[in-house]
Design a protein around this ligand. Sequence first.
Ligand code: HEM
Length: 163
Amino acid sequence: MSESPQNSGVCESSPDEKECRNESVDGGNFNNNVRVVTQEELESKIGENDSEIWLSVLGEVFDVTEGKSFYGKGMSYSGLSGKDCSLGYVTGIFTAEEAAKDTDEITDDMIPGVLEWLSFYKTHDSYKFVGYLVDPRFYDEHGEPTAKLIATRKRISLLNKSK
Ligand code: HEM
């Protein structure tokens, strides 16, 4: 999925429901064969006992184990590990409370910052895409985008259009 152009625009041609269903939030193709990641699984990937380190941005989960000097226990960005703290990528607050906030709290002016980090993880040589996070804000247990994510994608699409 990371072969698609980065930040090419979400639901660019028309932000209708069908299109927003089939695209990643930053314009990548949605792949039905991709695996889903549960909250429990993500929470367990924080580098403890030599586990992997995973994190999620807008419901897209990445393995960032290679970045353990940033994301490992006690490191500066360990608060991003094992969770989706999309808002934190612009607020700089890396707490569980921040990670629990609704995507509505990511205001329009914050969106580009979050997408930049998503693109960072997607294109990073050492970080690998894992799957889609099962979360009411992002994906359901079949890996389908939730109504909430579709709404977020529409918002991003409209923002791109108004640029
Ligand atoms: C919204 C605020 C911020 C966020 C979301 C953020 C996020 C991050 C992340 C995720 C990394 C690891 C990148 C990787 O995986 O390679 C990183 C690295 C780093 N950050 Fe931040 N950061 C923020 C603010 C700051 C501030 C204020 C400073 C300095 C005063 C800073 C200095 C650094 C440095 C020096 C690195 C290491 C760069 C390297 O060695 O490649 N960051 N940041």
